[in-house]
Design a protein around this ligand. Sequence first.
Ligand code: PNS
Length: 163
Amino acid sequence: MKRAIYPGSFDPVTFGHLDVIERSLKITDELIVGVLQNSSKNPLFSVEERVTMLKEATSHIPHVRVEAFDGLLVDFAVKSEATTIVRGLRAITDFEYELQMSQINTALNHDVDTVFLTTRLQYAYLSSSIVKEVALMGGDISKFVPENVMKRVYEKFKLKERV
Ligand code: PNS
């Protein structure tokens, strides 16, 4: 059975992430969505909140598991008995960082490979940061994230009138 990991901060999960999750299941039998716990990015949501939002948003997709991890991604892959890492590529600007990460991960563990799925054009502009910025300014984020996530983002920013 093929098992892959889709790692990220998911602060919060967007439709772009969900699209990558669904399409990953064409190349793997099981997908573990790995949510980085100790991100240096100072996340808006706790790891528990991010895991919960992802579980809610993927509950209709079979063969997906959502788990928090900290430490090295390759160690999480070994522990999870997965040899493939999936990452989404939105634009050429993502490429340099993604290439470096994939090469570091392979240098750390030769058995772990990274595959890239290019983001669908309709989500190419989308990022968790943009979603937070739009929400903070009171904008409509319903096109970018599922409803459960939208409510939690507005609640975080105390934009109750939007919920
Ligand atoms: O969604 P993000 O923030 O772009 O995801 C980045 C992530 C979580 C994939 C990356 O930061 C990561 O793998 N961190 C774990 C620590 C690690 O293994 N570092 C070495 C490879 S960069």
